[in-house]
Design a protein around this ligand. Structure first.
Ligand SMILES: [Zn+2]
Length: 473
């Protein structure tokens, strides 16, 4: 007991964070012994620290050091880390819990109401939350940011906070949108069309009592838009959010809307620019705002694969996705032809292989080289982009863009923590929250090895990925 106390006091003298929440004497102690600890915040020469022991007390890391000299408290549970790699828990900077990833989840894009009514789909997503939380954890993702959905998104955050097996959830309320999506309105719409600065301020005011982690704008371009008028709405939204010390996230996928969003005050662009090559002015605007950018490289093709009935689960999805959703991904094979919406019917008839997102990949490389902080995120929940293991599709594309495994891991940890807004996440150091993944293969030699989690630890609690998935079958 004396050792426990002296360790926690030693750690706390160094860390102001501990002063407010000293670990109780009976907090469980856990040691991961002899692993190669990966520190994504460091450069390539220093990021991998072999033969390291990490000691966890309660929900926090209390010591990190060479195995030869790091004391393991008496009675600590031990996990053998030899021949394994320990990384910070990953963070997906862009998800939507109101969507499931299946065909029925976006009737505004493809209307399958005659097969599965949208209300039934949303009811499924609510009742299946506990399982959705587990697929995230099983995939090694210990925190996610929901960047827009109905007001019940705030209940999702509460449910995650009160769940024994869930990622940490940051959340955003309804999108302040430039376009209407009445197909998604069941009384608590995720997307609300806003046509004036006053209306924007009013919706921000309605969201504030729920303590949103971001305010989100859906800056969708339409033909013959008055871009200046829309920029003014985004500016009013940004000003209202910032006045309440809440950051502004913006969906803007064209170069002109993305620049307008940044001029208006965006802190977080939740997509890259898809259509046009970015330029120096865009990079300067990103720098000026200290903005973060989440490229979401896979999501567009996710729709194309799924709606053309060519979507196939990756091995990681077969292992780690919600089995209910995996089964539903092939429903186009059984839906009668007359019930298939025109958009899907056309994609099925064309049967084209979705294109490589060349411009997005080139833009990502330019941003990374310019030192803009990149946040890994999937836009999971959209059709074809499944909660959990879609992170591995996204990170494979980031590698195709020319990012190194270390840069990709940094986007999913160090920078993800910045997006999440919690400095206690995303790193393996004393005082940080004990959100960790133990891998059986080197994530710095091949980004695909990030899917090799043997154990996932969140807040000091150890999970076996396979048991998590088995529990939702
Ligand atoms: Zn999104």
């Amino acid at each position: 007991m004396r050792i426990y106390l002296s360790l926690s006091i030693a750690a706390c003298t160094l860390l102001a964070a501990c002063a407010h929440t000293p670990p109780s004497d009976d907090a469980r102690t856990l040691a991961i012994v002899g692993a190669t600890v990966v520190r994504p915040e460091l450069d390539a020469a220093h990021a991998a620290v072999p033969d390291t022991t990490v000691v966890i007390r309660g929900e926090r890391i209390i010591a990190v050091g060479p195995s030869a000299t790091t004391k393991i408290p008496d009675g600590a549970e031990r996990i053998d880390g030899k021949g394994r790699w320990l990384i910070p828990g990953m963070i997906d900077g862009h998800v939507h819990f109101f969507q499931s990833g299946n065909l029925y989840t976006r009737p505004d894009v493809a209307d399958f109401n005659s097969t599965v009514p949208y209300a039934q789909e949303v009811a499924r997503n609510k009742s299946r939350l506990a399982a959705t939380f587990k697929v995230w954890l099983a995939s090694g993702v210990t925190s996610v940011i929901d960047v827009g959905g109905p007001f019940w998104n705030f209940d999702v955050r509460n449910a995650a906070n009160n769940s024994s097996a869930a990622p940490r959830v940051a959340t955003t309320g309804p999108l302040i949108s430039m376009v209407a999506r009445p197909q998604l309105d069941l009384g608590d719409p995720p997307i609300v069309k806003i046509e004036s600065a006053e209306a924007a301020r009013a919706l921000v005011a309605r969201e504030m009592p729920h303590k949103p982690d971001f305010i989100k704008v859906w800056f969708v371009r339409e033909p013959n838009d008055d871009l200046a008028k829309k920029e003014a709405i985004v500016k009013a939204t940004a000003d209202a959010a910032h006045a309440a010390h809440v950051r502004l996230a913006v969906h803007a996928t064209e170069l002109d809307t993305a620049k307008a969003a940044l001029r208006a005050g965006a802190d977080y662009l939740v997509h890259s620019v898809f259509e046009d090559p970015i330029d120096d002015e865009f990079i300067e605007l990103m720098r000026k705002n200290h903005a973060l950018l989440c490229p979401t490289l896979f999501v567009t093709n996710g729709y194309r694969w799924a709606l053309s009935n060519q979507w196939q689960a990756t091995p990681e999805e077969q292992r780690l996705a919600d089995p209910q959703i995996l089964v539903a991904m092939h429903d186009l094979e059984r839906i009668p032809k007359d019930k298939i919406p025109a958009r899907a019917a056309k994609l099925m008839a064309d049967h084209k292989t979705p294109p490589v997102p060349t411009v997005s990949l080139q833009n990502l490389k330019k941003l990374e080289d310019a030192g803009i902080p990149i946040v890994m995120g999937t836009d999971a929940g959209n059709i074809g982009t499944l909660h959990g293991p879609s992170v591995f599709r996204e990170m494979a594309l980031m590698h195709d863009a020319g990012l190194t495994p270390l840069q990709i891991l940094r986007s999913a940890t160090t920078n993800g923590a910045r997006a999440f807004g919690n400095p206690d996440l995303g790193a393996i150091a004393p005082g940080k929250l004990a959100d960790l993944i133990l891998l059986d293969a080197d994530p710095l030699s091949d980004v695909a090895n990030l899917s090799h989690a043997e154990r996932v630890i969140k807040g000091g609690v150890v999970y076996d990925p396979k048991s998590l998935i088995d529990s939702i079958r």
